[in-house]
Design a protein around this ligand. Structure first.
Ligand SMILES: Nc1nc2c(ncn2[C@@H]2O[C@H](COP(=O)(O)OP(=O)(O)OP(=O)(O)O)[C@@H](O)[C@H]2O)c(=O)[nH]1
Ligand SMILES: [Mg+2]
Length: 216
């Protein structure tokens, strides 16, 4: 596991991200560009958009639930999945975490602009986990002004998601500016939280973190 993590970090470091980046150094007064990664990151970013609407917003997600407000930049990304079994109404898939991440072409140029990048992701699936790790490492390496906020899955989501998330967090802890919070902790503040409220509460917590950090 240690070796696997080290080799993943080394492989990421060897990726060449130069063509995405300009030479402009970012100062701390820059406008925020909120980037939602995967469905969790996208829904959190959408919540922030509804409250704030001041910064720039990009979402990187599949088109399945692409209910994206006007003015938000959507970069489509279809993650690799393994079909586990077929149900009566639909098939069931899990993320294929063994597949290497292929960045969409539309990402070219996104990180050239002069702003503070704020990456949001729910760890545990493919898109949010893989993108949060790769993009944070790239931004860190290029000394860009950035912040990454990731949630760790609720325990009711199952062991597989938790393992994916924990392994990613272990690798990402070495990257500055990456922050993590446990979704389970939200259950302390919302004792009788219904299942249907769990993710909307999670979305609002991303907003709260950004507000309290003085970013919004
Ligand atoms: N805040 C928030 N978190 C979510 C939501 N949906 C899922 N999550 C969390 O995000 C984690 C990752 O799930 P997704 O965001 O659906 O996965 P993804 O990044 O889109 O990954 P793939 O679909 O596998 O490519 C989950 O394990 C949840 O903990 C949501 O609507 N809001
Ligand atoms: Mg998804």
């Amino acid at each position: 596991m240690e070796n696997k993590s080290n080799s993943r970090i080394k492989a990421l470091q060897e990726l060449n991200f130069e063509h995405w980046l300009g030479n402009i150094k970012i100062n701390t007064k820059n406008e925020a560009h909120i980037i939602g990664l995967g469905s969790g990151g996208t829904n959190a970013a959408k919540y922030i958009w509804n409250q704030w609407e001041k910064g720039r917003f990009t979402m990187i997600n599949d088109l399945d639930n692409a209910d994206i407000p006007d003015g938000i930049n959507l970069i489509p990304f279809q993650s690799p999945k393994i079909r586990m079994f077929s149900g009566k109404q639909r098939d069931f898939y899990i993320p294929d975490m063994e597949q290497a991440l292929e960045m969409p072409d539309e990402l070219t140029g996104l990180f050239r602009e002069n702003c503070r990048f704020v990456l949001l992701a729910g760890l545990g699936g493919y898109t949010g986990t893989m993108m949060a790790e790769a993009l944070s490492l790239m931004l860190h390496k290029e000394q860009k002004d950035f912040l990454t906020i990731c949630s760790m899955p609720f325990s009711f989501e199952g062991r597989n998601r938790l393992t994916i998330a924990r392994e990613a967090m272990e690798r990402m802890k070495v990257i500055h500016n990456c922050h993590f919070f446990e979704l389970d902790m939200l259950r302390n503040d919302h004792v009788n939280m219904a299942l249907s409220e769990a993710f909307p509460v999670a979305d609002s917590h991303f907003y709260k973190i950004l507000q309290e950090s003085g970013l919004l």
